[in-house]
Design a protein around this ligand. Structure first.
Ligand SMILES: [Zn+2]
Length: 689
């Protein structure tokens, strides 16, 4: 000790450097894990960069302290000439795919038979739509990573995999029984989030490069790049699901998943043990719906027999295990030919180019049209008539074009240009405001806009006028019976004109007039929403209705007063002001007022509802009911359910796997409530849950 303190030679400096290097690496590993695996950063980016910079500097000064597992070495290697081949220690099997419940039942029947009465259960996992990879660890360090290849021999892509920040270069010390787990192989999937995919594709388009069709293609393409520096630019992610070691014996797939997480590997939290095949079906149905809300693509569910001794007894056939299957959801993406592009006019006059497609079957229906968003999207994709395009059904109702297969472009493919005039009979010149991507039809008398406005007004979530759907509206607008939404309430004066029309009997006309009459009972916030003021959706309409109580009070508010409301930004404030200041809109409102629609909040003076004045925000999943139902119940009791946490929020209800709203609630000091507390509250107010 003494000697070291007083000696100022290189060895003691180096000794200190070595200690500090070790310390920095350990810290950076912890921070990387928190950031990339748990998505829960522990320190600021700035502090992280400072530590990382210090490590880089020390390693520069003492190059012999550099080791391959240092975080600085994630992007170390030089570009390769090609990939070496790797023989897998155990073949990388692929799972048998099933597409129907019958096939899953059949699988279960075979298992039951093979295990002749022995109890068993399944471990169900999400099937990530990525690229299968295998990772080898020796003495706790990542030494080799490979693609599946043909299942027996794959490509050595170690350098590229190293760049994935959630991949541990060094694993955490974990004991299984008496054995420290240091030498093993891990199987997993590299993938990319949809957001990152779209962002990268936009960049490629801007640089004049060919876009990728989907996140999986982009991931596969990235892993095959020869320059790891290029790979490091692309935000690949990793999920692991299998560990194979000669040194320890694991009991079950579920143990396997827990162990991987303990070692520091990214695993998916969504797996579930299913004691019966019915539970498996429940899991399948649940994720069929929920998968759209995941930030990445899954293409199905993996069903595995949980116990490993049972797996081993069942063995494999051909290249697939007998003890596991993949249940694949119907494809959400399809490929088809673009036959033409037409224009659709929205209620604000916004023009949307629509792809007219060779009909193709996708996720349960035949698709022949898909949105192209706006003219610049078509330009960016360099889309031509005759091209083969990829379409997708997202959470939205209307499918969208997501990409083009340029390799399938025929020689006579025709470029498309945005027409100069609206397709409506008025043929007014289209106009693109400065800084916007959208074109607009500016004619206020554009019959297509009129139709859209009336469709919106009569729609289920607005005035909810039964019998006044798209077709009827088109017919009535064309025949001049409807020009504005106010004309709906004059229809009764034109009963004779209606009854005489083909397909319109006395009864049908009466039903329509009854539905129109009934709509006058809709509350003020619905009327406000139905008016179709730009940027005033359902939620904002409720906020405005609650805050001002009447249309007149709303129109007396200045822009500043509007913006003082938490949910209202300058864009909405301006739009509301423009609406109120527009003489034509004022006249329309007057006619609707005259017809008897509610332009003020109804008084609830005599009995206050129990949750009146309380605002609820939900985060995470509820077990007892879907969120939409919970929100309905809150509103039934007079409360409000909103989607974002603000100072005015009364309670945040915390379900399973809550999101950033919980963090926000803590920051703002908003009271939180568990699901069971929330259910209790509902019960107190007489709701049977
Ligand atoms: Zn028009």
């Amino acid at each position: 000790m003494q000697e070291q303190l007083f000696s100022s030679d290189d060895t003691s400096d180096k000794h200190r450097a070595r200690e500090r290097v070790e310390e920095l690496r350990s810290l950076i590993r912890q921070y990387d894990y928190a950031y990339y695996v748990e998505a829960h950063p522990l320190i600021s980016d700035r502090d992280y960069d400072r530590l990382f910079g210090e490590l880089v500097e020390l390693e520069r000064r003492y190059p012999d302290l550099v080791t391959p597992d240092s975080p600085t070495q994630r992007v170390g290697g030089a570009p390769l000439e090609g990939f070496a081949h790797v023989q897998h220690r155990r073949p990388m099997l692929s799972l048998a795919n099933t597409y129907t419940r019958e096939e899953v039942l059949e699988f279960d029947r075979r298992i039951r038979q093979a295990l002749s009465g022995e109890p068993y259960r399944y471990c169900c996992e999400l099937k990530f739509d990525g690229v299968a990879i295998s990772l080898r660890y020796s003495q706790g360090r990542f030494v080799l990573g490979a693609t599946r290849g043909d299942g027996l021999v794959g490509d050595d892509i170690t350098q590229n995999l190293r760049t994935i920040r959630s991949l541990p270069l060094v694993v955490r010390p974990v004991r299984v029984g008496r054995t420290q787990l240091t030498d093993f192989e891990v199987r997993g999937e590299a993938y990319m989030s949809r957001n990152d995919f779209e962002h990268l594709n936009r960049q490629r388009l801007a640089a004049g490069e060919k876009p990728f069709a989907n996140p999986r293609n982009l991931t596969a393409g990235t892993l095959k790049l020869l320059d790891p520096r290029e790979v490091a630019q692309r935000p690949l992610q990793l999920v692991c699901y299998y560990l194979d070691s000669e040194h320890v014996h694991l009991e079950s797939q579920s143990d396997n998943l827990r162990l991987l997480a303990k070692l520091g590997f990214p695993t998916s939290p969504h797996w579930r043990l299913c004691p019966t095949i019915d539970d498996v079906f429940k899991y399948i149905s649940e994720w069929e719906e929920k998968r759209r809300r995941l930030p990445f693509d899954i293409d199905g569910i993996v069903v595995k027999l949980d116990r490993i001794d049972q797996q081993e007894r069942l063995g494999t056939v051909a290249r697939s295990p007998r003890w596991a299957i993949a249940y694949k959801y119907e494809a959400e993406q399809a490929r088809t030919v673009l036959k033409g592009i037409t224009l659709q006019v929205g209620r604000t006059g916004v023009i949307t180019p629509v792809a007219e497609l060779e009909p193709v079957f996708l996720a349960g229906s035949t698709i022949s049209r898909a949105t192209l968003h706006n003219a610049s999207f078509v330009e960016q994709l360099d889309l031509r008539i005759g091209d083969t395009v990829y379409i997708e059904k997202g959470g939205e109702v209307i499918p969208k074009v997501v990409g083009v297969d340029l390799s399938a472009r025929p020689a006579d493919a025709k470029p498309w240009h945005m027409p100069e005039h609206c397709p409506c009979p008025h043929k007014s010149k289209l106009y693109r405001p400065e800084g916007e991507v959208n074109y607009y039809c500016q004619s206020p008398a554009c019959p297509w806009q009129i139709r859209r406005r009336i469709e919106h007004f009569a729609s289920r979530r607005a005035m909810d006028i039964e019998g006044l759907g798209e077709k009827v509206i088109a017919e009535l607008v064309e025949s001049g019976l409807l020009e504005t939404v106010a004309d709906i309430y004059d229809l009764y004066t034109r009963r004779d004109q209606l009854v005489g029309r083909p397909g319109w009997g006395e009864k049908r006309v009466q039903n329509l007039l009854d539905a129109v009459e009934a709509s006058k009972q809709q509350p003020f916030h619905r009327v406000l929403y139905a008016l179709g003021i730009r940027y005033v959706g359902e939620e904002i309409a409720k906020v405005l209705a609650d805050h001002f109580g009447s249309f007149d009070a709303l129109c007396r508010a200045s822009r500043q007063e509007l913006e003082a409301i938490h949910e209202i930004g300058p864009r909405i404030a301006e739009s509301v002001r423009n609406f109120c200041d527009d003489p034509e809109e004022r006249q329309l409102v007057q006619r609707l007022q005259h017809a008897g629609l509610s332009f003020q909040q109804r008084k609830t003076a005599h009995h206050r509802t129990p949750l009146e004045g309380k605002t609820f925000v939900f985060t995470g999943e509820l077990d007892a009911m879907p969120r939409s139902r919970a929100e309905e119940l809150v509103e039934l009791l007079g409360g409000r359910a909103t989607s974002s946490v603000s100072k005015t929020t009364s309670f945040v209800i915390v379900g399973r796997q809550p999101g950033s709203k919980l963090v926000k609630a803590h920051q703002l000091g908003i009271q939180t409530m568990s699901e069971s507390e929330f259910l209790e509250l509902l019960r107190q107010h007489g709701v049977n849950v």
